[in-house]
Design a protein around this ligand. Structure first.
Ligand code: FES
Ligand code: FES
Length: 199
């Protein structure tokens, strides 16, 4: 579903919600329907199954472990970077069920049963996805630390809106920060990429 113009941006959302939602998610509502109150997972490790880039991964993590840390430290999926670790920079952006999320602000346990996509899954082998190629062509990266997150935000936008206006592109990327100042190149790459199909 395309983001409505008046909707709250990811940055606005995290300003108001903060880390509270992460902590609360360890208590799940499973038992409430049977009148037993909420069920609690943990604090020890629990079995978790994650569907990442079309591959099913089974692992055991404590419920407090974020999706980002589960991917990076347990599954060796390291494209997403941990920079702020508090939902403000976008370096850890993934696409889940077609929408962008900060993986540092989601728990692995609550990411089960969802279609998670990371930068590693965009193109096979050494091939580049059209968005990655456009970032190279338009100088959309310097140190590259923010780049996987920016690329995922761009991909999510273009899969829904293949020909975005500059305003649509800026809004889609407003949850990502580049400290090297590549924003002009990133915007050019986003506006000039062609050939992105729904992932
Ligand atoms: S590391 Fe997740 S938003 Fe910065
Ligand atoms: S390219 Fe260095 S932070 Fe963006």
């Amino acid at each position: 579903m395309a983001r409505k113009k008046a909707s709250v941006s990811r940055r606005d959302f995290f300003k108001t919600v903060g880390a509270g939602s992460v902590a609360a998610a360890v208590v799940t509502a499973g038992g409430e329907a049977q009148g037993q109150g909420p069920s609690v997972s943990g604090p020890g490790e629990v079995a978790v199954t994650l569907l990442i880039n079309g591959q099913r991964h089974q692992l055991k993590v404590e419920p407090r472990v974020t999706l980002l840390d589960a991917m990076r430290t347990r599954l060796d999926i390291t494209g997403m970077k941990r920079v702020c670790d508090r939902g403000s920079c976008g370096a850890c952006t993934v696409i889940i069920d077609g929408r962008t999320y900060y993986s540092c602000s989601l728990l692995a346990i609550e990411s089960q049963g969802r279609n998670i996509r990371t930068v590693e899954g965009l193109a096979p082998g050494s091939a580049l996805h059209p968005v990655q190629q456009a970032y190279c062509d338009h100088d959309g990266l310097m140190c590259g630390f923010c780049t996987p997150g920016f690329v995922m935000s761009t991909v999510a936008l273009l899969e829904k809106t293949p020909n975005p206006t500059p305003e649509q592109a800026k809004r889609a990327l407003d949850g990502n920060i580049c400290r090297c100042g590549t924003n002009i190149g990133v915007l050019a790459a986003t506006l000039k990429t062609k050939g992105v199909t729904r992932g």
